[in-house]
Design a protein around this ligand. Sequence first.
Ligand SMILES: Nc1ncnc2c1ncn2[C@@H]1O[C@H](COP(=O)(O)OP(=O)(O)O)[C@@H](O)[C@H]1O
Ligand SMILES: Cc1ncc(COP(=O)(O)O)c(N)n1
Length: 269
Amino acid sequence: MSIHTALTIAGTDPTGGAGIQADLKTFQEREVFGMSVITTVLAQNTTGVQMINHMPLELIEKQLDSVITDIPPSAVKTGMIATPEMMEFLVDYLKNLQVPYICDPVMIAKSGDPLMDAQSRQSLRQTLVPLATIVTPNIPEASELTEMNIETIDDMERAAKMIVHELGAQAAVIKGGYRTDHSTDVLYANGIITRLHADRTNTKHLHGTGCTFSAAITAELAKGHSIESAVATGKAFITDSITHTLELGTGNGPTNHWGFRLKGLPGQT
Ligand SMILES: Nc1ncnc2c1ncn2[C@@H]1O[C@H](COP(=O)(O)OP(=O)(O)O)[C@@H](O)[C@H]1O
Ligand SMILES: Cc1ncc(COP(=O)(O)O)c(N)n1
């Protein structure tokens, strides 16, 4: 039996809905062995972010060495990488790894709390985005990366193409979660636009949707699936996680990471 492994490099959420914790749960659900390197420890919950503490670069480096010299990952994702120094440091690391790399350009939490400053947002364009196999911005993040005003699906398609052709990523998915009329995401990969439709669930429990979606895609790439297949499975996974809501927390609650098990997914391996 071949074991697939995935590494997430990201910040934490002690309530388990977003960040590293959501990524590890998602890897497990997709039957991939999950590993993690913590960049930032957050005190946060379903109501917002209470405190942020970045790990020293040396500790991030030591964590990465511990993982990589022992259990090599088949795919890597980054989530909250909040400072230009962390981004610059990760560039060399990711180049050497030579495995699929998913960049979730986390900038703001669903609660509205900023997770990085303006200078870091700019650095992300130049450092991590060009290395990515897939970049997965939501609409505000895609606007920030492309400096475009994104309102329509056509705008989402233009932004996805710009992230590939001008910023240098291999593929981009612009997520439609910020829209109120539908939940269509747009994938641009291998020169082709694909629209991924899902019915919109009327819920406030959307904490960690982006983390969960990109982690599911990472798990599928770790198994060797194509970009198109991995994103389709990721979309089905997040849709089921949102639909089978748990109603946890006093604010905007987490998604249900075992939601897909209640319905079953196409394309499981
Ligand atoms: N209310 C919803 N109903 C169905 N799908 C949703 C809903 N909100 C978000 N999604 C989906 O969840 C995924 C994550 O999108 P989004 O919430 O925009 O990311 P982020 O957490 O980075 O802001 C996307 O596939 C998006 O279409
Ligand atoms: C550590 C960490 N990473 C990412 C998010 C974004 O989560 P959301 O998908 O709700 O925007 C978060 N709240 N915390």
